[in-house]
Design a binder for this molecule. Structure first.
Ligand code: NAD
Length: 451
């Protein structure tokens, strides 16, 4: 066991410790390390810096650290001007040198939590980072895991690694889970106005983590444990996955019954209580909804429990690209065309509107399936210039009058607000709309999912 400075010994240290951290936060002399400068980490780093707190960002990618240091943002939700302003004030610095973690008063871990090929949780980024912090852990540091994961990770996976230092969680260092709830691409919701959940391994850890996040979020909600915070985050994503699956199923039924699912959703949304609209589409994508439910489903098995809603929702959502392709084939057939050899333009390969993120995107699956069926495929996405699918490399095509008039079918896969849907519908022979972007239009050349 390491010898601790006198003020941090287990007896009588807490008051001093709390006031030290509080003082540093208050006089803005605290240094916050953000580990993993991606979709979650970079906006968080900017939020702390804009609150006047110095930030040291870490990434394993040298390129990302260099870009941050040049004030150049690579994440849609962060403008380069904002980053540049913070760089010039000396409030943000990025590095790949994990040794500098020693300088930090608080460390927020925002590394990926993907799935393995067999859809099991892959916690290797989290454990790797905990191992990196281990030799650099400093008495009094506040460590917060932000990466989405199954209940138990903070206490059962991260804490034991850190405690190999000889320092004890809740006494010598503080540990909490605080899930990121960022909504990429949203102008309405930000780190500031999205309530932040915090669950520490003990009351002091919670208190310090709450104090930290109060600097960047208008509302911080303490919960009784990291397990509650971890479960809440996964539950939020399961909730979305299940409701999207429900409306995707309804869309298929509506088509069979000749009722417009879009009109039904809008009508249901007039009810002022007990209903919240979810929308059908070609499937689910991004780093959260297709992955996080599996973290819980997998963990549940340890308790002889089968999360049937999660499995069913995943099954329905994962079938959607196949369903959309079958509907496109029908629509082409009705025009006397077969999909094989037909020229098809896919609009939007991002996983949802107005983002530049194609991770797990259902549009990419659509592209893959359309190519497999022999379509002559082109795509456009204003923010994703190149894609690689099944050995093919494709470049985003400009939506020219010529292109629109030449293609047999134009598929709206992500409904970016920059698209001129009136023009697209007016110039195309056939539009297949998976997002309801054209729901107000009455044109014979438009076929919509769920109608
Ligand atoms: N993207 C979202 O919308 C979103 C929303 C809420 C929660 N989350 C969760 O937040 C976590 C991060 O997601 P993201 O979308 O920001 O991922 P990301 O891939 O955009 O960013 C992760 C970053 O971490 C870096 N990294 C990996 N290992 C590292 C290490 N050991 N040290 C330093 N840097 C390292 C990567 O190079 C990358 O830049 C995940 O658990 C995710 O589920 C994501």
């Amino acid at each position: 066991m390491r010898t601790l400075p006198r003020i941090l010994t287990r007896h009588g240290s807490l008051g001093t410790e709390l006031s030290m951290f509080e003082q540093k936060i208050k006089d803005k002399s605290a240094l916050v390390a953000i580990v993993g400068l991606g979709y979650v980490g970079l906006p968080l780093a900017v939020a702390f810096a804009e609150a006047g707190i110095r930030v040291l960002g870490f990434d394993v990618q040298q390129k990302r650290a260099d870009l941050v240091n040049r004030g150049e943002s690579y994440i849609g939700d962060v403008d380069s001007e904002r980053l540049l302003a913070l760089r010039s004030k000396g409030l943000v610095e990025a590095t790949t040198d994990q040794n500098r973690l020693r300088e930090a008063d608080a460390i927020c871990i925002c590394v990926p939590t993907p799935l393995t090929k067999t859809k099991d949780p892959d916690l290797s980024y989290v454990t790797h980072e905990a191992e990196e912090i281990l030799p650099r852990l400093k008495p009094g540091q506040v460590i917060i895991l932000e990466s989405t994961t199954y209940p138990g990770t903070t206490r059962q996976v991260v804490q034991p690694i850190l405690e190999r230092s000889g320092l004890k969680g809740g006494t010598d260092f503080y540990l909490a889970f605080s899930p990121e709830r960022v909504d990429p691409g949203s102008k309405k919701h930000s780190v500031k106005n999205t309530p932040k959940l915090v669950g520490g391994i003990d009351a002091q850890s919670t208190r310090l983590a709450v104090l930290l996040y109060q600097q960047v979020a208008d509302k911080v909600v303490p919960v009784s444990s990291p397990e509650v915070a971890e479960m809440t985050k996964v539950f939020e994503n399961v909730f979305r996955s299940v409701n999207i699956a429900l409306v995707n199923e309804l869309a298929q039924l509506c088509q069979n019954m000749g009722v417009s699912v879009w009109e039904v959703i809008d009508a249901a949304a007039t009810k002022p209580f007990g209903y919240m609209p979810f929308y059908p589409g070609p499937g689910v994508g991004g780093h959260c909804i297709p992955l996080d439910p599996y973290y819980l489903a997998n963990k549940a098995r340890e308790f002889d429990f089968h999360t049937r809603f999660i499995e069913l929702a995943a099954e329905i959502n994962e079938r959607m690209p196949y369903y959309v392709v079958s509907r496109i084939m029908e629509a082409l057939n009705a025009n006397g065309k077969s999909l094989k050899g037909a020229s098809v333009l896919v609009l939007g390969v991002a996983y949802k509107r107005n983002v530049a993120d194609a991770r797990e995107s259902p549009s990419m699956k659509l592209v893959e399936l359309l190519l497999e069926k022999g379509a002559d495929l082109k795509y456009n996405d204003p923010r994703i210039p190149v894609i690689r699918v099944g050995g093919h490399q494709l470049h985003s095509a400009d939506i020219t009058e010529k292109l629109l008039s030449e293609v047999e079918c134009c598929v709206i896969a992500a409904d970016h607000s920059s698209y001129d849907y009136e023009r697209i519908a007016a110039r195309s022979r056939l539009v297949f709309d998976t997002r309801g972007a054209t729901k107000e239009m009455k044109r014979r050349n438009i076929v919509r999912l769920g109608e």
